[in-house]
Write a protein that binds this ligand. Structure first.
Ligand code: AMP
Ligand code: ZN
Length: 691
């Protein structure tokens, strides 16, 4: 070996050289992995989004297998957005509940062109301009989903839930091939996109054929099957279902587009499935043409739709219009005429609610209606039964409107049996048999046996523990019934006396669940006063009223000491609510309950902390908020107004005290404000007002 050879050998065996070779090889592997991922992604997109296959199943499977094995051998290159992640396999035992960053609202409904003209009038008045245009989309009938993307990758998928929080179903959603795990283009670093998980009719029918031939009960309708699929524990099972996802709304800060239509086009361009049946309409007449077209054409769609959604196209105008407590003002659903069926009414039964209110229920011969089998329908109240003259053994018309519970809308009098007798409304409570009462002006009958009627007792406790009230984790409705049945609780104050060793011996209870209940009850002592007030279940004192009262009176003692006149002087508290509070305050059992809650340390007055942020500085002033703000969001601004005793209104009138104007305040609003000589202040000036 000469000197040169020695140098060569040294080089070859040097760690440096090895490292280089390894690097080179792994670069090749990474390149191949990346190549395969990109290619498979594109084929998925072509097939599932564009509906245009560009590879045979056989070749696709082979490439997927190659990718799978490369990823297995090189776990350092794992990527949660790889096409291999779509086959499922992850098991979710309990879905995590997560709060939505942006609330998921519902939609208001309309049923006629007049409704739409009314809606247009409202928004134009609100915006102070006639200059509006609309986008029309189909209303996809499935389960809503909120997808979050960060830096081009899907990071989470959450169901709508109650709009404030939903279930994290990411593992299941990833198996839906038309949802991009990795975007094809850029939009924002971080955004959410909303859509509907649907089960196309073809796939639904095929699933049912398989079930029937396996001797199983078929699924009732595509919508329920789609939403049920999202909550399956085994994601591999979800992967087998032909689910699809249609997108309709991007949510994010500083969206770089002017119109809703543009955001939909952008969403489509970066890989989302946005149906082509979207149209920009200059006026309501054009909207109605779209509706009429789809009312017929919808029967040829591959999936179900129950209406059209009309949205104000201009995003800035959407922002101006904002939301009601339940739905955006800038959008409205138009529902196609509800399906109606006739069927036999076998029996009228009665239900008691937690407040003692009685609801009559029609028990029907089962009938197929809009995809579901209906056996029971609401009859509302005695007046309704009398007005429609509904009788047992009548053939009645049942309709499914926007609500989940179907209703009886009329009687087929020609089919009425000759021996038919008018309906005698129930005289006694179906649960405790106490004679029912009906106060003047009330549509409903009530069971007055407030503290003896089992359904009312458990109903009140169930309300007390519910999420918007005391939010007691670990305690469900059924457990409340069990604890009541076993004689451990008769009212909500009893919850605070519960000990784990009393609960453990009960059916289906274990040490852990008993401890959870006691811990949950303990934790509820921190729930703020306004929620406690709501939890007390005073008739007519809902969430909003409870907030008002808490803010005005600051403590339960003040509320209970106030007179009827006192109460009616509070903004938005009417006679009915005031009377109900006075009744509660004079009721011995209520007084005792409240005293007991106090003794356990439940928050029955507003904490010093929350009082601190609340002032009367803006008392008597009405504000209109318009434009885009920098230091706080529009919602924070509104909350600050209310916290400081002011009122927020959505339209400018003579009563308006101030307009807080951000960037891009609508020009017509400005003109109107100037005409009425209303002070326009900036965000900064507002902040100084409350400082
Ligand atoms: P509802 O549940 O009847 O209050 O209707 C509101 C729901 O309609 C929303 O939560 C969405 O999930 C759903 N939806 C279906 N299609 C659309 C669409 N094109 N735009 C907005 N919402 C839609
Ligand atoms: Zn009763």
């Amino acid at each position: 070996m000469n000197k040169n050879d020695i140098v060569l050998v040294l080089i070859i065996f040097s760690p440096y050289f090895y490292a280089r070779i390894k690097e080179r090889m792994s670069q090749d592997i990474l390149e191949r992995i990346t190549y395969l991922r990109d290619e498979l992604r594109q084929h998925n997109y072509n097939y599932y989004v564009l509906d245009n296959a560009t590879i045979s199943d056989y070749d696709f499977d082979n490439k997927l297998k190659e990718l799978q094995s490369l990823e297995e051998q090189n776990p350092q290159y794992f990527d949660a957005t790889s096409p291999t992640q779509r086959v499922g396999g992850a098991i979710t035992k309990n879905f995590n509940t997560v709060a939505h960053k942006n609330r998921m609202y519902s939609l208001d409904n309309s049923y006629s062109i007049e409704d739409l003209y009314d809606w247009e009038k409202r928004i134009q008045k609100n915006l102070g301009t006639q200059n509006t245009e609309y986008t029309c989309e189909l209303k996809y009938d499935g389960a809503s989903i909120n997808l979050s993307y960060e830096n081009g990758k899907l990071v989470s998928a959450v169901t709508r839930g109650d709009g404030f929080q939903g279930d994290d179903v990411t593992a299941n959603i990833k198996t839906i091939k038309s949802i991009p795990l990795q975007l094809k283009g850029e939009l924002l670093d971080s955004f959410e996109i909303r859509g509907e998980i649907i089960l196309p009719l073809n796939g639904f029918n095929q699933m049912n054929e398989e079930r029937i031939s396996a001797g199983e009960e078929p699924y009732r309708n595509p919508r329920n099957t789609a939403s049920g699929s999202l909550k399956l524990q085994d994601s591999a099972e979800v992967a087998k279902r032909p689910l699809d996802c249609l997108l309709y709304h991007i949510v994010g800060e500083k969206i770089p587009y002017k119109t809703h239509y543009q955001t939909l086009e952008k969403a489509r361009n970066i890989g989302f499935k946005v149906p082509k049946a979207v149209k920009v309409c200059k006026d309501i007449k054009a909207v109605f043409e779209f509706i009429n077209h789809w009312d017929i054409e919808r029967h040829n769609l591959p999936y179900e739709t129950d209406g059209i959604v009309i949205k104000v196209n201009n995003l800035h105008q959407q922002d101006e219009l904002g939301f009601t407590a339940k739905a955006p003002r800038w959008a409205i659903a138009y529902k196609f005429k509800a399906e109606q069926e006739s069927t036999l009414l076998h029996e009228i039964t009665y239900q008691v609610g937690r407040t003692g209110a009685i609801t009559p229920v029609a028990n029907l011969e089962p009938v197929q209606l809009a995809g579901t089998i209906v056996k029971r329908a609401s009859l509302h109240n005695a007046d309704q039964i009398e007005k429609l003259d509904i009788r047992v053994n009548d053939t009645v018309f049942v309709e499914k409107g926007g609500e989940i519970i179907p209703k009886v809308v009329g009687v087929d009098f020609e089919k009425r049996p000759l021996d038919s007798q008018p309906t005698q409304y129930a005289a006694n409570c179906p649960d405790c048999e106490t004679a029912l009462v009906r106060k003047e002006g009330d549509a409903k009958h009530y069971c007055p046996n407030e503290y003896g009627c089992p359904t009312q007792i458990t109903g009140r406790i169930q309300h007390f523990i519910s999420r918007k009230a005391m939010n007691i984790d670990g305690l469900g409705s059924e457990t409340v019934e069990l604890l009541f049945k076993e004689g451990l609780i008769f009212n909500y104050a009893d919850l605070y006396d519960l000990r784990a060793e009393q609960i453990v011996p009960l059916e289906r209870m274990a040490e852990k669940s008993a401890e959870n209940i006691v811990a949950g009850v303990e934790l509820s002592k921190q729930i703020p006063f306004e929620k406690v007030l709501f939890a007390l279940g005073i008739r007519f004192v809902g969430e909003t009223v409870a907030k008002k009262l808490a803010k005005h009176y600051k403590s339960i003692d003040n509320i209970m000491a106030s007179s009827f006149e006192d109460l009616t002087n509070v903004d938005e508290i009417g006679d009915r609510i005031a009377q109900s509070i006075v009744d509660f305050s004079n009721d011995l059992s209520s007084i005792q309950l409240v005293d007991r809650l106090k003794s356990y340390g439940v928050q029955l007055e507003m904490s010093a902390e929350s009082q601190e942020n609340q002032t009367d500085k803006l008392q008597g002033n009405i504000f209109v908020v318009s434009g885009v703000f920098h230091q706080m969001s529009r919602n924070e601004l509104k909350k600050a107004i209310e916290d400081n005793g002011g009122k927020v209104s959505s339209s400018i009138s003579k009563k308006t005290s101030y307009i807080v104007a951000g960037d891009n305040m609508g020009p017509s609003k400005r003109t109107k404000a100037e005409d009425l000589e209303i002070a326009i202040i900036s965000e900064q000036e507002f902040i100084e007002m409350i400082r």
